[in-house]
Design a protein around this ligand. Sequence first.
Ligand code: DON
Length: 318
Amino acid sequence: SSPQPTPDPGRTGASELIADALAAVHEAFRDLDEGTVATYIPELATADRSLFGVALAGVTGSIYTAGDADAPFTIQSLSKPFVFALALMDRGLAEVLEHVGAEPSGEGFNSIRLDPATGRPPNPMVNAGAIVTTSLVRGASEEERFARILDLLGAFAGRPLDVDGRVYVSESETGDRNRAIAYLMHSAGSLTADVEATLDTYFRQCSVLVTARDLAVMSATLANGGVNPVSGERVVDEIVTEWVLAVMATSGMYDYAGEWLLRAGLPAKSGVSGGLVSVGVGQFGLGLFSPPLDARGNSVRSVAAAQEISRQFDLHLM
Ligand code: DON
């Protein structure tokens, strides 16, 4: 179905146009009741599959929403591009690339494959690469490292964020695959920090609570060269946003990254709780949320809605 915003002669400004388009897209995909809610973290299985929120934040600071844009959920893999930005600020590109590659894996988010020559995980957007990336964030102690991550995510969102303790415990108790990946990377030399401490920080980082509105502001900050358009705070350097967006474009959607770029034409990142961010460079950030996932772990409604928004506004970069 292709939503057509109904033109209203009394509403002609750009902001009305955007608000109407978001409402129409939300309406068009609200009943797209396909996919399954993630269950590998038991606490995620309790999510309400009917939730669906859409938010857009412009680089001017205007925010538009439709549906459940203020429903909280854990950030999961959507933390990865933002923590990658922090690692790049702390270490620079050359040092980060000694530990993690920048090539699309063509594999699922939990792939265990490392580069046989270097021991590096393929990119910072899959779990393996994200765990290494977390270990590269500076901190005198593990508490300080996590505090810096939480502060950074809050600076991107423009408000202080908290951890969902139940999801954190649930993920930590069932995270054996991530443990296996982390130990393998430690033996291969790409993960040099303490394995259990790094995993604990990674699990906490994945359990930070956000909303679709937060995700829109976070991605608008990337769109805006690293300055949060709502708070006015410079969060990261502009060059860092270029590196992060490039890796999102090639690897942000796992083994759907290629077809995603073909159809939507925008850098994006998804997560298993059903969130999606997509970035119109220099223009806006999109944040979407709906728990049911397709076979590759991407939110069914969020992918459909983001592709439709890109099509309607002619946003494809190519
Ligand atoms: O590492 C994990 O398993 C999760 N905490 C994050 C994974 C995630 O969101 C992948 N997304 N599709």
